[in-house]
Design a protein around this ligand. Sequence first.
Ligand SMILES: NC(=O)c1ccc[n+]([C@@H]2O[C@H](COP(=O)([O-])OP(=O)(O)OC[C@H]3O[C@@H](n4cnc5c(N)ncnc54)[C@H](OP(=O)(O)O)[C@@H]3O)[C@@H](O)[C@H]2O)c1
Length: 245
Amino acid sequence: MKINGSAALVTGANRGLGKAYARELVKRGAARVYGAARDPAAVTEPGVTPIALDVTDPERAAQVAAQCADVTLLVNNAGVMAASTFIGAPNLDAARLEMETNYFGTLRMCRAFAPVLAANGGGAIVNVLSVTSFYTNPFNASYGASKAAAWSLTNGVRLELHHQGTLVVAVHAGFIDTDMAALVDAPKISPESVAQQVFDAVEADRIEVLADERSRFIKASLSHDHELIYPPVQEFWDAAVKGTG
Ligand SMILES: NC(=O)c1ccc[n+]([C@@H]2O[C@H](COP(=O)([O-])OP(=O)(O)OC[C@H]3O[C@@H](n4cnc5c(N)ncnc54)[C@H](OP(=O)(O)O)[C@@H]3O)[C@@H](O)[C@H]2O)c1
C-alpha cells in the first residue's frame, strides 16, 4: 500500500519507536497521522493528531476505532518490558502486565480496527514484535512469552484478514535505541532505521521485517535453536547468576 495519502494510527506514539514511526509517516506524506498515547499531551510531533488511548482499555479501543474511522494503516507499537524472569519473579504481576499490553492490547486493536480497514479498502496492520518472539532469554523471559504470543496472533490475523485484502506485517528487532533498552550495553539499531524499514516493507507489500543482524541470525537459526541459539544464552545466564557475568 502507499503511505502517501494514507491515514495512519500509531500506538505509543509519544516516545521511542512510536514517535519515530509517526515522524516517518508525516515525512512520507500520510494525509493523517493519529498519535495514540496514554498521555496525549505528550504527543508533540508536528503534523500528528494526539489521541488518548491505553491499549489495555477495551472501551477506549472501541471508541478510538469509531473516532478514527478513516484509518488505513494501524501500527501496533505500544509495548512494555518488565525485565522479569519466569521462576525468580516475586509474583505473576509483570508477566500479566506484559501479556495484557503486548498480546491482548495488540489483539484488541486488531479486532477493533479490522472492520475499519475493511471499509477503507483493506489497508495494513503493522505489529511490532521482537527477536524474543523467536527464543526465550531469562533476562526478559515473560516479555518474550508475550511477544511469542503476539507473533502467533500476527500470523493468525494475517490469515483471517486475507479475504479483505489487509496486509499484516510482523516487525522483529533486537535492541533498539529507546528508553526500553536504555540499561543495555550492546549494539542498538536506531528507531529511525526501524521506521524506515517498516514503511518500506508496507509500501512493497512485504509481511516481515527482520530489522537487524540479530533478528536475521536468530530467525535463520530456528531449526537448530538448541545448538545455535540457546547454548550462548545459557552460558550468559549462568555467569549472571554466579555474579561473574
Ligand atoms: N527498545 C527495544 O530494544 C525493542 C526491541 C524490539 C522490540 N521493541 C518493541 O518496540 C515497541 C516500542 O518500544 P520502545 O522501544 O519505543 O519502548 P519505550 O521507549 O519504552 O516506549 C514504549 C511505548 O509504549 C507505550 N505504552 C506502554 N504501555 C501502554 C499502554 N498500556 N497503552 C498505550 N501505550 C502504552 C509507552 O507509553 P508511556 O509513555 O505512557 O509509558 C511508550 O509510548 C514495543 O512494542 C517494544 O516491545 C523494542
